[in-house]
Design a protein around this ligand. Structure first.
Ligand code: BGC
Length: 765
């Protein structure tokens, strides 16, 4: 029976359009409404604004890359003439990035001191510069810093506390060199595995992304922005960047309002509630409208619905691209007008001063009002004030004591361990005995780039010389663990070297060994250079796997990759498969610990691993994705047929769930339901287990998903030990976006599932 729609209007603002792909009113040529904040009495910021020229105000809204202030032939030496041009002539308020390599703390001190010297001692306004950086999985642009696994692995840990700790460490290191603004976390949902930034996401489930993303925000900001251990976070990329129809980076997304509101927006809403100070805008276009030019997204939703009061910065070059790429602006000046009127506060221009020049013109000629730019400048100055930059803009060398602490390493190691996900383990081939002679082969075995992925000391992560000495490749870590004499290997650290793909040699080398550990996957890449046309793993790697299987030795496949590359043609011949993602600095030792039994794996997938490239169906599929009318009917009603599903992950011990109970079978809108389940370690090793609560809405006015993750936790159990896990579910937890674009929980039956346990509750009005 169809349930009546009712109840929860969880969003305060009115949602403009019904569902479907219809595009709401998006751009405007009118000046945006001026926020009342701008008309506030003359507080500290108000006084500053009153004293600022139009040029100074527009300069605050301008962010440029460090290249513009460096000597042409240097990666770190400031050119004083260029620096003065940026800060005194163009009045630039923000600078970002590194050139060519990660900088030492000393280099950062020198650079930031030179910048602030000009800003606070020579400029008329005395306003300090805010420096921003991408510290995506650790302070990746500080030489020698500890890097954590990328988000796609962090979310497999199902341990938000680890995410929070990693963010805290990243904040402490970043702030220690004088940088107060971090362009992280990525809150884009990972539902398009071709997308080259998949590894930066927390996976395909909105509840997981929301939970992990807010944990990261708290880690960055909870000490208070003025603290030496915090940074301003930047939720990104608002909105819909990760869902390009083609899978190619920065190509169009088509997102119906229902999906936008149910899957794409909630992580940003949660991040705002967690205290995110800034937001970066999606470079792409959604439903034909570039987000940088959309008042609907940047003002109506971001400010109106989410109530976000912080700074909205563009992504790289994205204002001018409204003209050069998206072609919604006939001139660069029109592009600036559209972006500012849409609601942008700061333009990451970043390679010239066009934004500054054009916006000054637009304000002076009256096309854009000074009230409008005051609104953005106020937000920017407020951020600088909260960060304590007006009191002290300079880096503090004493904070060097916050760099490279031993417990950063132990947290990174623990994180790597908890991310590793055992996907297959036929006949308990793993763990291997430490005296097993092993052949270590494959292009990712001895390559630090594959282990770390994007944003690792350089943007692309591909420079093997920049990794710190303590970062060990998987091969080195295996040798450290079991000794040189137990390891046969010829793999080089060059991912592409022909020697790493020599199948005939592999067969010869396998003769005397007890097992082959085959490391496949992807080299490091970031953003567009990581675009692929085919999810299938490269043919030369598949050939290597076939050769390994032909030896008749057990083959343990370890995957170091940022997205699920299809391996269905070789998987049946692999005895075990370990998904390692991008585990970073301590990934090598963590992998060796799992392979040789010093650590019991407990990661579970944050995405559905596809079996076939043309069959990317996610775990929360709809009924018609399972019951298919294929002719011939290949799948019958088993249309959901991935290689491994979301939530899958094995252990060296076994767990049993029992006694799933609820404290009430029926609940109304003002009640919660308490859910309990017993979980027992029935094997003979201690282990951790992710416990996940899913719901299934039996009938709904918008087709229900097969399962939706509603809550999770992780328990640690000794052999024979058991624990009762409690979850509280609210009616809002069972809500979805209906055809009118509203959050509703419809009356009717909901199945609740944990492991193999199931019970049913009824929601009544
Ligand atoms: C990326 C952003 C990043 C920015 C600054 C862009 O290319 O899309 O995620 O923050 O560069 O480095």
């Amino acid at each position: 029976m169809m349930k009546r729609r009712s109840l929860f209007l969880l969003l305060s603002a009115v949602v403009v359009q019904a569902c479907s792909t219809s595009t709401p009113q998006q751009t405007t040529t009118q000046a945006p409404a001026v926020d009342t904040v701008a008309a506030a009495p003359l507080d500290e910021i108000g006084r500053m604004l009153a004293d600022m020229t139009i040029e100074e105000k527009v300069g605050q809204m301008t962010q440029v890359t460090i290249d513009l202030i460096l000597q042409d032939n240097s990666t770190t030496a400031i050119d004083p003439v260029k620096l003065r041009r940026a800060i005194l002539e163009k009045k630039v308020g923000s600078i970002l990035n590194v050139k060519g390599h990660a900088y030492t703390a000393e280099q950062w001190y020198t650079i930031l001191t030179a910048i602030q010297d000009v800003a606070v001692k020579e400029s008329r306004s005395r306003i300090p510069v805010i420096y921003g950086i991408d510290a995506i999985h650790g302070a990746n642009y500080i030489e020698g810093s500890t890097l954590f696994p990328h988000n796609i692995g962090m979310s497999a840990s199902r341990n938000p506390e680890l995410v929070r700790q990693a963010a805290k460490i990243t904040a402490a290191e970043t702030r220690a060199v004088g940088i107060p603004w971090n362009f992280d976390p990525v809150l884009d949902i990972g539902r398009q595995p071709l997308w080259p930034r998949f590894e930066e996401t927390f996976g395909e489930d909105v509840y997981l992304v929301k939970t992990m993303g807010s944990a990261a925000i708290r880690g960055y900001e909870e000490d208070g922005l003025e603290s030496n251990t915090a940074v301003a976070s930047c939720m990104k990329h608002f909105l819909g960047y990760s869902l390009p129809a083609t899978g190619k980076d920065r190509t169009p997304s088509y997102i119906p309002e229902t999906m936008l509101r149910e899957y794409v927006l909630p992580p940003f809403k949660a991040a705002v509630e967690a205290g995110a100070s800034t937001v970066m805008i999606n470079s792409g276009e959604v439903n034909g409208v570039p987000v940088h030019g959309s008042k609907y997204y940047l003002t109506d939703i971001l400010r109106g619905e989410l109530g976000f009061e912080g700074v909205a910065v563009s992504d790289w070059e994205d204002v001018i691209r409204l003209h050069t790429r998206h072609r919604i602006a006939a001139t660069p000046k029109e592009a600036v007008r559209i972006a500012v009127e849409a609601g942008l506060d700061m333009s990451m221009v970043p390679v010239d001063y066009s934004f500054y020049d054009l916006l000054v013109e637009l304000v002076k000629e009256g096309t854009i009002s000074e009230e409008r730019i005051d609104l953005s400048v106020r937000r920017i100055l407020e951020l600088k004030r909260k960060l304590g930059l007006f009191e002290n803009a300079y880096p503090n060398r004493e904070l060097a004591a916050q760099l490279r602490l031993a417990d950063y390493d132990s947290t990174a190691y623990q994180a790597a361990l908890e991310t590793l996900t055992l996907l297959k383990n036929d006949n308990n081939v793993l763990p291997l005995a430490k005296n097993t002679k092993v052949l270590v082969a494959g292009p990712t075995a001895n390559n630090l780039g594959s282990l770390h992925g994007s944003w690792s000391y350089i943007w692309q992560g591909t420079d093997e010389t920049q990794y710190p000495e303590r970062a060990k490749t998987a091969l080195q870590a295996i040798i450290d663990k079991v000794g040189k004499n137990n390891v046969v290997s010829r793999v080089t650290n060059d991912f592409a070297a022909a020697a790493n793909y020599d199948a005939a040699q592999l067969k010869r080398d396998a003769r005397g060994v007890g097992a082959i550990i085959l490391f496949l996957g992807e080299k490091a890449y970031a953003e567009s250079p990581g675009v692929i046309d085919d999810l299938t793993l490269d043919a030369n790697q598949l050939a290597l796997a076939r050769a390994a299987a032909e030896t008749g030795k057990p083959v343990v496949l370890v995957l170091l990759e940022g997205r699920p590359r299809v391996i269905s043609s070789i998987e049946p011949n692999m005895s075990a498969v370990l998904m390692a993602y991008r585990p970073s600095t301590y990934g090598g030792p963590a992998i060796a610990d799992v392979l040789f039994g010093d650590y019991n794996p407990n990661g579970v997938l944050s995405f559905t691993y596809p079996r076939n490239t043309g069959d990317v169906v996610l775990y929360d599929y709809k009924g018609t994705e399972r019951i298919r009318e294929d002719v011939p009917n290949t799948y019958g009603d088993a249309g959901f047929n991935p290689q491994w599903t979301f939530g899958h992950g094995l252990s060296y011990t076994t767990f049993q769930f029992s006694d799933l109970t609820v404290n009430k079978q029926s609940l109304n809108m003002s009640e919660n339901v308490e859910v309990q389940v017993r979980v027992r370690n029935t094997g003979n090793r201690a282990g951790k287990k992710a416990v996940e609560l899913y719901s299934f809405d039996q009938y709904a006015s918008v087709t229900p998903s097969a399962r939706r993750l509603r809550a999770f936790t992780k328990v640690s159990l000794a052999p024979g030990e058991e624990q009762v896990v409690n979850f509280t579910l609210t009616p809002q937890d069972l809500a979805f976006i209906n055809q009118q674009g509203e959050w509703v929980t419809e009356p009717g039956a909901f199945d609740l599932m944990v492991g193999d346990q199931k019970t049913t509750i009824n929601y009544v009005q």
